[in-house]
Ligand binder design. Structure first.
Ligand SMILES: *Cc1c(COP(=O)(O)O)cnc(C)c1O
Length: 424
């Protein structure tokens, strides 16, 4: 199977003679065996198979295999949310006393996870500017640094990750680069081709694409040689006493160790499991991901062009717009398109942005992005409403900023809605 569109439609499940054409929803917590010995072999990870859906479920595995195929990885797993995917991906490599280097242009939830919650678990993070120099990036590393984290297109800053700068720094310091590829999706960006080692997703966004099910995914490229850095990654390279003394990197190799450990150990203990029914909905979204992403991007570009030529608009930021400072990186790392999200400022600041949003008819006010239905958010009066204008600027969000997620409607209708809402 070669083309990415074909993978969107068919990867992960090949029905045999007389089996259902669509993936079956296996809503079963547990699985039946004839002997205790047969089930024991599963517990020892000696034989493949299912015993309890907190760890693995056939429906979820089919869709994980599809997402792994889309990213060009060796193994994948699904989680109950994008937040859970970030948590597992980081915690699979870090313990108390360890350290993370993260790009500061990342999703607010991931920032909080690293800066607040993982800090309470004893895992420290140094945040570096997306525009930092190589020397500044090198200076962020410590002996106990275990990974570098970045986002291919940052939500909501819309900064495009300098993959080469961040991956070469990670590899110079002997650690993997983890990239959250939620916004461009594997249709528009292939992080493994640019040096990323692990990819995470909030499947809640474009992959589902219909605002139906919260979910997440992790994919391993199989390219990071854990055993070559065995002193840094004892969790992967020495026996897991909580799992029958298995050494993951030995038993499952470079391509399987990361996901097997995250499943057998972290999913077992943390239980951030998706439901097979939610995963079925996710798969319906994936079947049209390649078709939808094109339309999200062409709609966003049309809206961004309209806004950039309009005198009622103070500024526009869209990485697909040639005037954007992100454009060169976007052309290099995602030449076929970026995402459907545009941010811009309405002349007149906070009050004008609020008035604009209330006049929209087609575009709905929501905290969501990346939905078939266009939606928008004014951070200054919603998610960031406790901050004054100075505090907002420090957080990289100006008081006039509107984040507009362009859906799949006709571009003429979106532009005319935005036009009438901007007023006279
Ligand atoms: C939404 C989002 C997340 C968090 O995902 P949830 O599914 O909401 O838990 C992580 N990263 C990015 C880039 C996101 O947009």
């Amino acid at each position: 199977m070669s083309g990415i569109g074909t993978k969107c439609v068919q990867a992960g499940y090949k029905p045999k003679n007389g089996e259902p054409r669509q993936i079956p929803i296996i809503e079963s917590t547990t699985f039946k065996y004839d002997t205790g010995a047969a089930m024991g072999a599963l517990f020892d990870l000696e034989a493949p198979g299912y015993f309890y859906s907190r760890l693995q479920n056939p429906t979820c595995d089919m869709v994980a295999a599809k997402i792994a195929a889309l990213e060009g990885g060796t193994a994948g797993m699904l989680t109950s949310s994008g937040q859970a995917a970030s948590l597992l991906a980081v915690f699979n490599l870090c313990s108390a006393g360890d350290h993370v280097v993260a790009c500061s242009a990342i999703y607010g939830g991931t920032y909080n996870l690293l800066a607040v919650t993982m800090k309470r678990m004893g895992i420290a993070t140094t945040f570096v500017s997306p525009d930092c120099t190589e020397d500044e990036l090198d200076a962020a590393f410590r002996p106990e640094t275990k990974l570098v984290f970045g986002e291919s297109i940052a939500n909501p800053a819309l900064a495009v990750l300098d993959f080469e700068k961040f991956s070469s720094a990670a590899h110079r310091h002997g650690v993997p680069l983890i990239v959250d590829n939620t916004f461009p999706t594997p249709i528009n960006c292939q992080p493994f081709a640019w040096g990323a080692d692990i990819v995470t997703h909030s499947t809640t966004k474009y992959m589902d694409g219909h605002g139906s099910a919260v979910g997440g995914a992790i994919v391993d490229s199989g390219k990071f040689d854990w055993m070559a850095h065995a002193d840094k990654y004892p969790g992967l390279c020495t026996p897991d006493e909580s799992y029958h003394g298995i050494t993951y990197a030995e038993k499952f190799g470079q391509g399987g160790a990361f996901i097997t450990k995250a499943t057998a150990q972290l999913m077992r203990d943390l239980g951030v499991t998706p439901s097979p029914f939610s995963v079925y909905l996710l798969n319906l979204g994936l079947e049209s991901l390649h078709v939808r992403m094109k339309r999200h991007c062409s709609n966003a570009l049309a809206v961004a062009k309209f806004l950039s030529e309009d005198s009622r608009v103070a500024w526009v930021n869209y990485p697909g717009l040639p005037s954007s400072k992100e454009y060169a990186k976007a052309q290099k790392y995602m030449p076929d398109g970026t995402c459907g999200v545009v941010s811009f400022g309405v002349k007149g600041g906070r009050a004008a942005a609020g008035a604009f949003m209330e006049k929209l008819r087609l575009v709905a006010i929501e905290t969501h992005v990346a939905d078939a239905r266009s939606c928008c958010l004014h951070p200054a009066t919603t998610t960031h409403r406790q901050m004054n204008d100075e505090e907002l600027l420090a957080a990289g969000v100006s008081a006039d900023l509107v984040r507009l997620s362009c859906g799949l409607e006709d571009p003429e209708d979106l532009i005319s809605d935005v036009d009438q809402a901007l007023g006279k």
